[in-house]
Design a binder for this molecule. Structure first.
Ligand SMILES: Cc1cc2nc3c(=O)[nH]c(=O)nc-3n(C[C@H](O)[C@H](O)[C@H](O)COP(=O)(O)OP(=O)(O)OC[C@H]3O[C@@H](n4cnc5c(N)ncnc54)[C@H](O)[C@@H]3O)c2cc1C
Length: 811
């Protein structure tokens, strides 16, 4: 074993082997994999190893397409062919119209990635899968590429190719410790000696937290026991004359594929079990958990009803093994928060299907700093301090129990809630608030008309539509109040703060004390990294001159890593997170100034406190920092209050608002209003796949200022012209919004993808943002958007259809 490598990957399952191979593909060959036992001796060896192209975001579909293309290439390699049954086809079943709508939407989204799924009815499902009955079945989603692969051969093939490219693979070498040096490099301690590495990658599967502990981190990953069995041969399969397609069933939570002349059936039972929560026996390797088919009888009954042939077939063998889950079901692939030169590729629950793609995107991140797709859906930093293993276990159980029941828009499942609350949460609940969660924070979605009101979840407009309309009307005509919990906020102090921010931001953001500005941060490729509100707070009895950097609720770890990574040792800048210490109350509407004036001493007139001003004040008796900014397009104030004073500030505003008909509103109303103003959401519309000009943020970029991160790359990009442009569309239907991911078509060709969509209640327009080809980006251009399987006419309209002069928010 060498004593040095640029990258050491710890773990030789599909995650580690794929990461190692793809690092060599990206040109880094001084790389090493260290495995405690044999390759694939964790979960990988006993995987059912199904490989589907299905995903719920374009990034997931794209990375699975990569897996499939790679696996086909490995299958066809004459020197080491891998067993891969590609193209058996697969059906995701459905027995509700809402599920069918979901499939229609996912098919539209996948089409934009060059992947064709088909939504089929129950009779067609049965025609393609002759063993199934159509009882309690509406139809399904057909994935023609579905299949399964030999997991051990796959890993051996990847390791073999990596070795041929120069990588080293060390088996039977447990990693026992990790030491990080002041220059951020590592010593990897193993039972066979030390290895010095620039970068380490945790690919430890269900042992990822043993490796995490070696570097002082706890990953939000928990393991579940998961079982499948293999049947004896089934005569009807031989009689069918073709291989059986795969099945995935959200009605009874099982999957099924052909294995030789019989079937392999895997279960997601309600009485499921976590595994290894209190430590894992070091001798557990190449091993299984004791099988327990009694636990899965609930699910088994559903499978028998769907495939009666199963009842006449014997069981050949049972497999029960640990499988890893995260808080939201997607894995953690990317930089480890709070650490330098440390990455992970863990929490994979469909690692065989996805592993090829995850290793590819991870290697791109390590080598180039960013991957070709926006990887936020798998970014380890998308969870922050609340993401404990305890919470993960609760969410893992919930996710396991709902394995094939995808989340509907606006669905916030109950496990592990409430996790993060403010002092107002119980008060708002008493006022009828329905909460959603944002990065663990409870946040008001809308106000329910009656305590027993419940939303019919689905992809079409429903009964909440009218409630949101009423909230928007109150904000537009009078005044509304809402709480924005968990908004990310850093306090920057020191004499070099403005110089530092100048280097980080691509525009010229105000440095004037008492003023507020909006800025964008790019990565080294000139693409959009993040968005920040910069508030310059003058020295006062509350502290010295300081800057508040505010950004999206889930961006705390992401932005902190980005800022601190670019801080120069000699720079006098201290960054402190206030995210958990302060909460925002938003007062919005034409009467907002009247309410503020009644609740807080001082002159709040337009002249004394114009738009984009900032002032420290008291709301009643509560200390607060008031910013004159608006995300609704109405006159609005963001009132930042320390959590211990939040209740007091809220009561003062409610009291002052009584005379003006103040009513509460929620995030759904905010989302509708921001779409009418051309305001963008981080990671919905602001993506690392596009530069600020493509995103329509020209006014926030100043190419004539000094150096800033991403400038050289951006200048190059400008030379080449835009590949896509963000536009606002008016969509001609009142049935459903255009959900993020929906495909746009012009002249029979896919010309773009929707990022966000919702009804604009003040304009009466069904609105969507989309990245489209430049030739269809001009105002007035017509196209169609595929909404739930229907081609709906859509037209490019101006970016701010409501109050285009921005007069109302400046009033
Ligand atoms: C029953 C079952 C069925 C499944 N079916 C499917 C399916 O159909 N399709 C699909 O896509 N996925 C499926 N999965 C999930 C899939 O198998 C996993 O997502 C995948 O195998 C995880 O791979 P991994 O590399 O992350 O982890 P592992 O395979 O567990 O690899 C981790 C490796 O790290 C090594 N390691 C740990 N600690 C150390 C250390 N200190 N030093 C050195 N090495 C260390 C381990 O020995 C191990 O080899 C299934 C899982 C189960 C349990």
């Amino acid at each position: 074993m060498r004593d040095q490598a640029r990258v050491v990957v710890i773990g030789g399952g599909i995650a580690g082997c794929s990461a190692l191979y793809h690092l060599t593909q990206e040109g880094w060959t001084d790389v090493m994999l260290i495995e405690r036992d044999e390759l694939t001796s964790g979960t990988t060896w006993h995987s059912a190893a199904q490989v589907t192209n299905f995903g719920m975001t374009q990034t997931m579909v794209g990375l699975k397409s990569h897996s499939i293309a790679l696996y086909k290439e490995l299958r066809d390699d004459p020197e080491y062919p891998v067993g891969y049954n590609h193209g058996d086809g697969g059906i995701r079943l459905a027995n509700t119209e809402a599920q069918m709508d979901g499939y229609r939407h996912f098919a539209s989204m996948a089409r934009g990635m060059g992947v064709e799924f088909e939504v089929i009815d129950a009779a067609e499902c049965a025609r393609r899968h002759p063993l199934i009955s159509t009882d309690n079945l509406l139809g399904g989603l057909w994935d023609p590429t579905d299949g399964h692969i030999d997991p051990a051969q796959l890993c051996q093939a990847l390791a073999r190719r990596a070795r041929l490219a120069g990588a080293e693979v060390n088996r039977h070498t447990p990693v026992t410790g990790l030491t990080q040096h002041p220059d951020s490099t590592w010593t990897v301690h193993t039972e066979k000696g030390d290895v010095r590495a620039e970068i380490v990658v945790n690919a430890g599967g269900y042992r990822c937290n043993e490796i995490g502990a070696m570097m002082g981190v706890s990953h939000p990953v928990a393991s579940m026991e998961h079982q499948y069995f293999l049947t004896e041969d089934i005569p009807a399969i031989a009689e069918a004359g073709h291989r059986m397609p795969l099945l995935r069933c959200p009605i009874s939570d099982y999957y099924c594929r052909q294995e030789k002349g019989g079937l392999l059936l895997g279960f997601y039972e309600q009485g499921c079990r976590t595994w290894g929560m209190d430590g894992i026996d070091p001798k557990f390797t190449n091993d299984l958990c004791p099988d327990d088919l009694d636990r899965v009888t609930d699910v088994l009954e559903g499978a028998f009803a769907r495939m009666p042939a199963l009842m006449e077939t014997g069981i050949r063998s049972i497999v029960n093994g640990p499988i890893t889950y995260t808080i939201d079901g997607a894995p953690l692939v990317g930089p480890i928060p709070g650490k330098r030169n440390a990455f992970c590729i863990i929490g994979l629950r469909a690692g065989l299907g996805e592993g090829g793609g995850h290793g590819w995107l991870l290697a791109q991140q390590i080598v180039h700093g960013e991957a070709q797709y926006d990887t936020w859906v798998i970014d380890p930093r998308r969870f922050t301090g609340h993401a404990t293993v305890e919470l993960t276990a609760l969410k893992a159980i919930e996710d396991y129990q709902n394995e094939f029941r995808f989340h509907f828009p606006h669905e916030h499942r109950p496990a592990g809630r409430p996790m993060k609350t403010t002092p107002l949460t119980p008060l708002l609940a008493a006022e009828g608030a329905e909460f959603g969660t944002v990065n663990g924070w409870e946040r008001v979605d809308y106000i329910k008309p009656t305590p027993d009101f419940s939303e019919t979840l689905g992809f079409r407009f429903n009964e909440v539509h009218d409630l949101v309309a009423q909230e928007v009307a109150a904000v537009a005509t009078s005044v509304g109040l809402t709480e924005v919990s968990g908004f990310n906020r850093f306090e920057l102090t020191g004499k070099d703060v403005h110089g530092f921010l100048d280097r980080m931001l691509c525009g010229r953001v105000t440095k004037k004390p008492g003023r507020v500005g909006l800025g964008y941060l790019l990565n080294h490729h000139g693409m959009l990294k993040t968005e920040a509100t910069i508030a310059n707070i003058p020295a006062s009895d509350r502290g010295p001159d300081r800057v508040w950097y505010g950004s999206a609720a889930a961006s705390e770890y992401h932005d902190m890593d980005w800022l601190t990574a670019h801080l120069r040792p000699a720079e006098d800048v201290t960054i402190r997170s206030l995210t958990n210490a302060q909460t925002i109350l938003v007062l919005a509407g034409p009467r907002a100034r009247d309410v503020l004036s009644a609740a807080a001493r001082g002159d709040w007139s337009r002249e004394a406190f114009p738009w984009l001003s900032l002032r420290e004040a008291h709301i009643g008796i509560a200390p607060a920092t008031v910013l004159g900014v608006s995300f609704s397009g109405e006159l609005a104030y963001e009132i930042h209050v320390p959590n211990e004073s939040l209740h007091a500030a809220y009561l003062a505003l409610r009291k002052a608002g009584e005379a003006h008909g103040l009513r509460l509103f929620g995030a759904r109303a905010v989302d509708s209003m921001r779409l009418e103003k051309g305001f963008l959401h981080w990671k919905a519309d602001l993506l690392t796949e596009f530069d600020p000009f493509e995103t329509g943020l020209d006014r926030f970029v100043k190419l004539d200022k000094g150096d800033f991160i991403g400038k050289p790359a951006l200048l190059e990009r400008v030379e080449n012209g835009p590949r896509r442009k963000l536009v606002t569309l008016a969509v001609e239907t009142s049935e459903a919004p255009a959900h993020g991911g929906a495909s746009l078509v012009a002249d029979g060709k896919i010309v773009g993808t929707v990022t966000s969509g919702d009804w604009g209640h003040r304009t009466g327009l069904n609105l969507a943002y989309a990245f489209v080809a430049p030739e269809v980006a001009q105002e007035g251009t017509e196209m169609t958007v595929d909404i739930l399987g229907e081609p709906v006419p859509a037209r490019v309209i101006p970016a701010s259809p409501y109050d285009p002069g921005f007069d109302r928010m400046r009033a």
